[in-house]
Design a protein around this ligand. Structure first.
Ligand code: FAD
Length: 392
């Protein structure tokens, strides 16, 4: 990492990052490159030691905005080694017929990457940087924005302590403790809205020789009107599927209560994929059902003391595959502002939130819209024809 090629700003500071997920770990690299010392606190154990910590999608679609940020800290090539390009959507209808929509021209693609793999790589790069200190098992219980201190609980010992900060970056995700404290400040705007849909992760096994049993370089969709399933490829020949399904109703999580019901339902509506999912019913009942939330808030900054980035400030539903990408773009934009305004943190925080908020609102709306498109319209012959014309 070319840390020394960057001039240290005047003056270098000790900065605090809360949350070492995808955005927090990348942010720490950006801040360290500018000469700052970065203290990172993370609630979970070190995922590099404790095996996979999944819960949310096992793989993610990484696109242009995300790549730009990774290249901004010089790790684009490293991640490209473990990313699978997806050049098109492949739609599977209820009879198992396939249709195709390219994502762009001339090999343009979005990329399937492992969430845990990417997070682990970012953590290792952060740790290798002498200016970054990672502390795991540290849960933020709350912060005092005015006094500039936070309450931390060591999740292994239960011990609580108070830690001062000068500047705090809240990258602690959709249910951010940092944002919770900001919500108690005067005239704070906040809203959260859940879809009536949840999601469940399932798995398509690799073939006997580790081969992909569906087209590898594609994002697969089974659009079924009121619900859908998608699948993204993994390096080991498997695919990670996500079923987006209503909580209630005739076809819903509530309606599928037994293994027989699940098996019969999948055989009826996703017949081509059932033979590739030998663990279907076990996984269906073992894996949790995740909820889908859009979170909007403003301001994202408290004076020049606290700034929210990533899902902490703009959690969106996953149908545009842009939540992480948008959080990564936050890092790119913040870095540009650091370059432009040097040590004027007040200006940096203010410009950041004014520049990013309209974009975050736009992608939040587009993500909900794209759900309707993927669920209802991508399988519609009129839509396919229109896409064909557009791609010419
Ligand atoms: P997180 O990844 O949530 O990380 C927050 C970190 O903070 C975690 O490590 C957490 O342990 C830690 N933390 C939380 N609370 C505390 C606390 N109190 N104290 C200390 N630490 C704390 N995005 C895409 O770009 N492409 C996709 O294809 C895509 N697919 C998705 C599919 C699904 C089903 C879902 C749910 C999301 C998807 N996303 C996708 C969105 C993406 O997962 C998020 O936007 C991204 O994870 C946000 O990163 P983050 O670092 O801001 O938050």
């Amino acid at each position: 990492m070319p840390t020394s090629s960057f001039p240290a700003p005047e003056p270098a500071e000790t900065l605090t990052v809360m949350g070492a997920g995808l955005v927090g770990s990348l942010l720490s690299l950006f801040l360290a490159r500018r000469g700052h010392t970065v203290e990172v606190y993370e609630r979970r154990a070190d995922m590099r030691l404790s095996g996979a910590v999944e819960g949310r999608s096992i793989n993610l679609a990484l696109s242009d905005r995300g790549w730009r940020a990774l290249e901004g800290v010089g790790i684009g090539d490293e991640i490209r080694q473990v990313a699978i390009p997806m050049y098109r959507r492949v739609m599977h209808d209820a009879q198992g017929n396939l249709s195709y929509q390219p994502y762009g021209h001339d090999n343009q693609a979005i990329y399937s990457v492992s969430r845990a793999g990417l997070n682990r790589t970012l953590l290792s790069l952060a740790e290798a940087n002498p200016r970054v200190r990672l502390q795991f098992n540290q849960q933020c219980l709350g912060i005092d924005t005015r006094a500039r201190h936070m309450e931390l609980r060591d999740t292994t010992t239960g011990e609580e302590r108070q830690v001062n900060f000068r500047r705090l970056f809240g990258t602690d995700g959709a249910f951010s403790a940092v944002r919770s404290a900001m919500q108690k400040t005067e005239r704070y705007n906040y809203s959260q809205s859940y879809l009536d849909y949840g999601y469940k992760e399932l798995n398509i096994e690799p073939g006997p020789n580790g081969e992909w049993l569906l087209e590898k370089n594609a994002l697969h969709i089974w659009p079924r009107g009121q619900y859908m399933m998608i699948a993204l490829p993994n390096l080991d020949g498997s695919f990670n599927c996500t079923l987006f399904f209503p909580y209630e109703g005739e076809h819903s999580f509530a309606a599928l209560q037994t293994p027989e019901q699940v098996q019969a339902f999948f055989e009826e509506v996703f017949p081509d994929v059932v033979p590739l999912m030998p663990e279907l019913t076990d996984e269906y009942f073992r894996n949790p059902t995740g909820s889908l939330v859009t979170i909007r808030c403003f301001p994202w900054a408290f004076h020049d003391d606290v700034l929210l980035l990533g899902d902490a400030s703009h959690a969106i539903v996953p149908f545009y595959g842009q939540g992480m990408n948008a959080g990564f773009e936050d890092c790119t934009v913040l870095d540009q502002l650091l370059e432009q305004f040097g040590p004027d943190w007040h200006r940096i925080f203010d410009e950041f939130q004014r520049r990013r908020k309209p974009d975050a609102d736009a992608i939040a709306d587009l993500a909900v819209y794209n759900f309707e498109e993927m669920r209802d319209r991508v399988g519609d012959p009129r839509f396919l024809l229109q896409k064909k014309i557009e791609s010419k």
